[in-house]
Design a protein around this ligand. Structure first.
Ligand code: SAH
Length: 268
């Protein structure tokens, strides 16, 4: 603080153009991009964006009709579940498992196809990876780029390169450490990875149907090791006083994950 009358600057304050998550007392959640002069509208009144901009990254606000809203920076999970989407996104439980099983880390060169709405891209980039994406739909590629920049900021573009390409055709990029496949026929991409993935590199394919997983396994019958297929079950619990039990409802199925490592090229 310099001298009298200086305006206190909130560290890490909300900036215009940033996404903010509004959560009400009934856990209803809304993702809003803050704009100078903008208004947050709810069933119970409004909150000016200017009350949030420049303020701390988590604060409580009252709407014009007295409703309480918590306003916070969205976590990756919040953002992925509330961001604008075209294609169906990968759920956080699967994002976490895929990134761990494929062992994604800083500086790794990751091939991703298709990019869809960019949920998996965000998870990969957040871990510090360098992502090359192939996507056939231009509108999805544009949407993914927008979502990635909105959550991670414009600096991330140096590590995110999406190409409008069909991954069933031979790849024109290579030297990847990891590959993440989320498209209808991943078994058509696996053979291309024999060239494009480094020996010891990991591939993870996300397939809603077990017949797709079986076809992926078939495509990995040689040239791969440590091959496995699994699913991730996430069951929430209701905990309120003595009432402690699993939630009545759960997302019972999303997809199967098939993971494998590229074998070294065999000596002749
Ligand atoms: N993983 C993404 C969702 C991907 S949805 C996310 O987390 O948001 C599947 C995507 O694969 C769609 O965007 C679709 O356009 C794309 N796709 C389908 N076939 C393709 C192909 N042959 N080559 C490249 N992308 C393809």
């Amino acid at each position: 603080m310099h001298g009298n009358g200086a305006v206190a600057v909130t560290p890490d304050a909300f900036q215009p153009g940033e996404p903010a998550l509004f959560v009400d007392a009934r856990q209803r959640r809304r993702l809003v991009v803050l704009e100078t002069g903008g208004q947050f509208h709810s069933h119970a009144g409004t909150i000016p964006h200017d009350d949030v901009i420049g303020g701390p990254p988590c604060s409580e606000h009252r709407s014009s009709q007295g409703a309480r809203w918590m306003v916070a920076r969205p976590t990756l999970e919040d953002f992925v579940l509330t961001m604008p989407r075209g294609a169906q996104v990968i759920y956080p439980k699967d994002l976490a498992a895929m990134c761990t099983l494929a062992d994604v880390g800083p500086g790794m060169r990751v091939f991703e196809t298709g990019v869809g709405s960019g949920a998996l891209s965000i998870a990969l980039l957040r871990l510090g990876a360098d992502v090359t994406g192939y996507e056939i739909r231009e509108d999805f590629a544009t949407r993914a780029g927008r979502n990635v920049r909105l959550f991670l900021g414009p600096g991330v573009e140096e590590r995110y390169h999406v190409h409008l390409r069909d991954s069933y055709e031979p790849l024109v990029h290579g030297g990847f450490d990891r590959a993440m496949l989320d498209l209808p026929e991943p078994w058509q991409v696996v053979p291309h990875l024999a060239e494009a993935l480094v020996p010891g590199g990991v591939v993870c394919a996300y397939t809603p149907s077990i017949t797709q997983a079986a076809a992926v396994r078939q495509s990995m019958s040689s040239g791969w090791f440590d091959v496995r297929t699994l699913e991730v079950l996430h069951r929430g619990w209701h905990i309120e006083g003595p009432a402690v039990r699993p939630d009545h409802r759960m997302v019972a199925h999303t997809a199967f994950l098939t993971v494998a490592r590229r074998s070294p090229t065999t000596a002749r």
